[in-house]
Design a protein around this ligand. Structure first.
Ligand SMILES: Nc1ncnc2c1ncn2[C@@H]1O[C@H](COP(=O)(O)OP(=O)(O)OP(=O)(O)O)[C@@H](O)[C@H]1O
Ligand SMILES: [Zn+2]
Length: 761
């Protein structure tokens, strides 16, 4: 049951290295009163909970998480509460949290005075949400201290054993082991009180105390130390994986030069309001999404699009926060607040993408859920059966059983998939390619066919009027005038082309109203009081307006790859307008690469057969023309039966087709719409990013397969060697953390992978 009166809380949780850490926290927290939906992400380290206003207790949640051994810090709430409580004071209350971020705290409390208006607080929350850099040295963290502590104790014990009489040395190891084990055991019991019996800490505690019990004190102490080292290494590796996402956030400058009464003053970028004017000097990064008011310069938009070649911009052009102003000073009017700007939304997308989990990931998760209990049962059997049934020595088999326990940690397995996915997501985001989650990556890797919408994807989507031909007694001027009247209300690329032409010819727009789009066919409107149309020749013919001879005229232009439309009034053809939309420079190259990847590319277009053929032939691909929007849907449905279909559209008028495909990719329509509509988006206008996306997804899936093999392989090998007594306790723990670290490092390789290089994968 969902609590009625809920409030949304958000925390940053530190110290999570793997999904079993995450499930430990989730399970512990979901038992607390008033807790509704829980969202916990390992990669962005965020915990979001819907908490009942009356029964929920955020402080209790924090206490529970800390007891499990993780650091937790509450984020500023979006809506400042008006209750007696002084919120901001509570917010930074993490005295006993595991990580040392005292500096962060003090600087924040200066930056966040108690009385901030809701708006600013909202913006600050956004900034706050961006994971702060954890530059603290390893030895200052709780895990680091445990490594140093257990290490020193171990060395001390060895020294004592060397110099002292034999009996005392053993006691030194016992003390070293017990002291090192205390923090681990405390976490194990904290998890136990939340109903979780099998945790890695519990296995560790049992194994080490068991080893003490059978007299293997030295090894027990070593195991405790190695466990601490492993935890530390896992933490370092997990943090490295997070850096990808974090570095995106650091691309937006913290401060801006705000214009104020003729002078400029430096303000925090997150406090900028819509409509304010900021000065961006050459070499500076743009502090907000906005529009150039004055100045001409080149902008390196690589943070948003991955494209580092500067784009020339002038007054009226949009600029993105994070891009670098390369040439001259610009004055920019802010159009988006910090939390809504494009780069923030990209970061948010990458973070949220984690929750759209790949099928492989879900499988691994299910597998690891029974893996740990299974190992525990197996080790119990190993301890009991050989001595009881075969009369073997108890000591030997207890030892082997305990070592087996240590192999029961599913960490490496559980982290294998999300680590690869997170690396792939952030790596591609930096190249202007966005996947909304692991599920999308997995589906993209299985693509068999790619359907392209023609306009705006394979072509620039900016048709230009090339010819105006009279079909009756009207002049070109009159034809264009009526056509522009009809198109005045349309945003279709063809309409834009006709209106642009009318503007160039200095034609004053006639009075028009009642414009109606005939989807996939054309537009009708009342122009100067008379109904008029601009439609495809096919539709004009079917309405008995034009003759076969007129159709033949249209066909001559269409064979040149132009799109022809007919301008007419009721039963009276006025003229024909031909327009040409150039194929993108890299379209042919992209299609060649796609074919090289073993994928069939096809154009699905509403345009006519001849125009489509002219363009498709030039690019060397198949096509299907004259399609109404619903035809495209049906076609994709049929294609789906033959294997995965990726559909590339502009994200504006082809949203249903994008949804219908296994993977819908929006491209080339400015980042705004593209981000929302599809499963994936290409932010720079490059068709070659389509094959790059396929390569990236295939590389990610290959990486995942390697990781699963590494994790399962190592577990299997050491399972066998342990049972046969070839390897012992400390090798078992080494193998476990080794596997986790290996898997994470392997996943990190994806950060350096360049999918735009056209080596076939
Ligand atoms: N605003 C318009 N003005 C004139 N003709 C139009 C208009 N809208 C559609 N048409 C006619 O309908 C045809 C199909 O349009 P539709 O929007 O479905 O496809 P498109 O965007 O031109 O091409 P694609 O499907 O490749 O993106 C066009 O080729 C044109 O002949
Ligand atoms: Zn873990």
């Amino acid at each position: 049951m969902k609590p009625r009166n809920v409030e949304n809380y958000e925390w940053t949780v530190s110290g999570m290295d793997c999904a079993s850490c995450a499930s430990k926290i989730t399970k512990a927290v979901e038992r607390l009163p008033g807790v509704g939906t829980i969202k916990l992400s390992i990669m962005s380290e965020k915990l979001k909970i819907e908490l009942d206003k009356e029964t929920g207790n955020p402080a209790k949640i924090e206490k529970t998480i800390r007891k499990l051994g993780y650091g937790v810090e509450r984020q500023i709430k979006a809506i400042p509460s008006t209750t007696e409580k002084d919120e901001p004071d509570q917010v930074h209350n993490c005295v006993d949290c595991n990580h040392d971020h005292a500096d962060e705290h003090s600087s924040r409390s200066v930056k966040h005075p108690n009385k901030v208006d809701a708006n600013i607080q909202n913006e600050q929350q956004r900034l706050h949400n961006i994971p702060t850099d954890r530059e603290t040295s390893w030895y200052q963290s709780a895990k680091g201290r445990l490594v140093i502590g257990t290490g020193l104790l171990l060395v001390l014990a060895w020294a004592i054993e060397l110099v002292a009489v034999s009996g005392i040395g053993k006691w030194a190891f016992i003390v070293a082991c017990v002291l090192g084990l205390i923090p681990v055991a405390r976490r194990a019991f904290a998890a136990l009180t939340t109903g979780q019996l099998f945790t890695i800490e519990m296995l560790m505690t049992i194994a080490a105390s068991g080893a003490l019990f059978i007299g293997a004190a030295e090894e027990a102490a070593l195991v405790v130390f190695l466990f601490a080292v492993g935890e530390l290494l896992e933490g370092v590796a997990a943090n490295k994986a997070r850096d990808g996402i974090r570095s995106l956030a650091q691309l937006v400058p913290k401060t801006a030069l705000l214009e104020d009464n003729g002078t400029t003053k430096e303000v925090a970028a997150e406090t900028l309001k819509i409509g304010e004017i900021v000065l961006v000097r050459p070499g500076d990064r743009v502090p907000a999404d906005g529009q150039i008011v004055s100045g001409f310069s080149g902008l390196d938009e690589s943070p948003v699009t991955g494209e580092s070649i500067p784009v020339a911009k002038q007054p009226g052009n949009d600029v993105f926060a994070g891009s670098i102003n390369t040439e001259a000073a610009l004055r920019v009017e802010v159009t988006k607040t910090a939390q809504d700007n494009t780069i923030s939304r990209i970061i948010q997308l990458v973070e949220e993408a984690e929750s759209a989990r790949a099928p492989t990931e879900r499988f691994i998760d299910r597998f690891s859920r029974w893996y740990m209990p299974a190992i525990v049962i197996a080790s119990a059997l190993v301890i009991v059966i050989p001595p009881l049934v075969l009369g073997e020595a108890w000591d030997t088999w207890i030892y082997r059983g305990l070592a087996l326990l240590l192999i029961g940690c599913p960490c490496a397995l559980v982290i294998s998939v999300p680590a690869s996915i997170a690396s792939a997501l952030s790596s591609s985001a930096r190249k202007g390619m966005l996947f909304k989650g692991g599920a999308v990556i997995e589906a993209a890797a299985k693509t068999h066919q790619i359907a392209f919408d023609k306009t705006g994807t394979l072509t620039y989507g900016r048709p230009v009027v090339t010819d105006v031909i009279a079909l009756g007694d009207y002049t070109d001027h009159e034809i264009l005038k009526i056509a522009s009247g009809v198109e005045a209300g349309s945003s279709h690329p063809l309409a834009v082309a006709i209106l642009r032409k009318a503007e160039i010819e200095k034609i004053t727009l006639p009075k028009s109203d009642g414009a109606k789009a005939l989807m996939g066919k054309g537009v009708e409107a009342i122009v100067d009081g008379v109904p008029a149309w601009v439609t495809s020749p096919k539709y004009a013919l079917s309405s008995n307006v034009i003759t076969d001879k007129n159709m033949e005229i249209a066909a001559t232009y269409e064979r040149q790859g132009k799109t022809a439309v007919i301008v007419y009034r009721k039963n009276e053809p006025l003229g024909l307008i031909a327009m040409r939309d150039e194929p993108r420079k890299d379209a042919a190259e992209a299609i060649a690469q796609i074919k090289q990847l073993g994928i069939t590319p096809i154009i699905l277009t509403g345009d006519n057969e001849r125009t489509a053929a002219a363009i498709a032939d030039g690019l060397g691909m198949e096509f299907s023309a004259g399609m109404l929007p619903e035809d495209k849907l049906e076609h994709i449905r049929i294609m789906n039966q033959k294997g995965g279909v990726m559909m590339i559209g502009d994200g504006i008028n082809d949203a249903p087709a994008l949804k219908q495909a296994s993977v819908g990719v929006a491209m080339g329509s400015g980042t705004d719409v593209a981000l929302e509509t599809a499963d994936a988006a290409i932010l720079r206008d490059r068709v070659t990013d389509v094959p790059a996306m396929i390569r990236m997804s295939r590389a990610a899936m290959a990486n995942i397969r390697q990781n699963v093999v590494i994790a399962l392989g190592l577990k299997t090998v050491f399972l066998v060697t342990t049972v046969f007594g070839i390897t012992g306790l400390w090798i078992a723990i080494l193998a476990d953390t080794g596997a986790t670290v290996l898997v994470t490092i392997n996943a990190l390789r994806l950060l350096g992978y360049n999918p735009t290089k056209s080596d076939v994968r």
